[in-house]
Design a protein around this ligand. Structure first.
Ligand code: NAG
Ligand code: NAG
Ligand code: NAG
Length: 361
């Protein structure tokens, strides 16, 4: 009897510790240091025929030439229709996009999206994917689209061609290891790209997605005068603009706690205005947003196809995302440590004590 209890206790302990390890795991593969331009790889460099690239000179970030010879979006909003997308074609469509994750704060955004039955697009940083692969997995498992946003978030027009390729391929490798997918959509950090960058990305199989509506929400992390109410404030203004002939791609950031905390409010404003919220590839009619054969689900908004902004179950004005704390997913810090750890350790201790008959509950 006593032996049985010990054996059960040990099995529970093993099961629990395995799940803790899974939750905490970084990617197992070998990756370069995070948040720094990663090392080149000759095999990857050879994937791009550099003789076909337009030889735009490297730029100093922020400095723009008086004449925009190389179509630098970050300088002049210059676009090339063959490779770049800035709008959803249908004016009733709206693609919410979130950049720079995955991090623990992505879970706040994810919860809010899932509670509303709407799909969105996350442009992820390779370094964050390396640290938080299990969060990326949750995003993908919920049917949201993911795209690439480089390894180190360095402006691309300032980087050599070899360096850009390394930024793209290390990120690709991390995403593939984390979730088994290879995105075809790419967002250049700071919207900084020119004809040389376009050529590299096109040869590597990517299309470029930027945005037409920018919250500048990331300012809130360094600018104490940034008012978080500006995020829903901007969405409220945008949804009232009836002169637009195209649908929108809005930009927010899921990396930070402050900006993520306003995501749900923004969603409600867009839903209430009866826009059709979809991930970017769905609004563009792209059935194949990954190299792998994966079709993304469409949104199925809670409360009807167009969304009526109402909360389900008449929960006296609370938004669906405001669940009791106990239902919230575990908080996983940017470095991969995890608040579930303490809970699980407590469970192990209690479990053991119960099994051994030390305490009775
Ligand atoms: C929109 O955001 C900008 C900052 O990006 C802010 O100056 C402006 O006041 C906001 N508008 C509203 C209506 O909140
Ligand atoms: C409304 O949309 C049009 C077309 O996209 C744009 O040119 C205009 O600046 C917008 N107006 C406001 C107030 O945002
Ligand atoms: C990881 O994050 C936790 C919580 O933010 C912090 O206490 C800890 O020092 C960090 N560990 C490392 C190795 O950075």
């Amino acid at each position: 009897m006593y032996t049985n209890k010990v054996i059960s206790a040990i099995s529970i302990l093993l099961a629990l510790s395995t799940s803790i390890l899974n939750v905490e795991a970084q990617l197992k593969g070998k990756y370069p240091p995070v948040d720094k331009p990663p090392p080149f790889d000759a095999t990857w460099t050879a994937l791009v025929d550099q003789s076909k690239l337009i030889k735009a000179p490297l730029r100093v970030p922020g400095q723009c030439n008086p004449v925009d010879t190389y179509c630098v979006w970050s300088c002049t909003n210059c676009l090339r229709a063959e490779s770049d997308v800035q709008y959803c074609p249908d004016k009733k469509d709206w693609a919410l996009t979130y950049d720079d994750g995955p991090s623990a704060n992505s879970l706040t955004v994810l919860d809010a999206l899932d509670a509303r039955g709407i799909k969105a697009t996350f442009f992820v940083i390779g370094s964050r994917v390396y640290e938080n692969p299990q969060i990326l997995k949750k995003i993908v498992d919920s049917g949201h689209q993911i795209g690439s946003h480089t390894w180190s978030h360095t402006p691309l027009t300032s980087q050599s061609t070899e360096q850009i390729i390394a930024e793209v391929k290390w990120t690709e490798q991390a995403i593939k290891e984390a979730v088994g997918l290879t995105p075809k959509w790419f967002r250049p950090p700071q919207g900084d790209f020119d004809d040389r960058v376009r050529g590299i990305l096109t040869q590597l199989g990517y299309k470029i997605a930027i945005w037409d509506l920018d919250t500048f929400d990331w300012h809130s992390m360094s600018d104490p005068t940034y008012d978080l109410a500006w995020i829903p404030g901007n969405f409220s203004v945008w949804v009232q603009n009836t002169t637009s002939t195209v649908g929108h791609i809005s930009l927010e950031h899921d990396l930070y706690d402050k900006t993520a905390s306003k995501a749900a409010e923004a969603m409600d404003i867009v839903m209430k205005a009866k826009f059709n919220l979809q991930s970017l590839s769905v609004c563009l009619g792209d059935e194949q947003p990954y190299v792998e054969q994966v079709t993304l689900p469409k949104s199925n908004p809670v409360g009807g196809q167009e969304g009526n902004g109402k909360s389900p179950k008449g929960n006296n004005g609370k938004t669906p995302a405001e669940k009791p704390p106990a239902e919230k997913p575990p908080v996983i810090s940017a470095n991969g440590s995890n608040s579930i750890k303490n809970d699980a350790l407590l469970s192990i201790v209690y479990g053991l004590m119960m099994m051994l008959g030390i305490i009775y509950i």
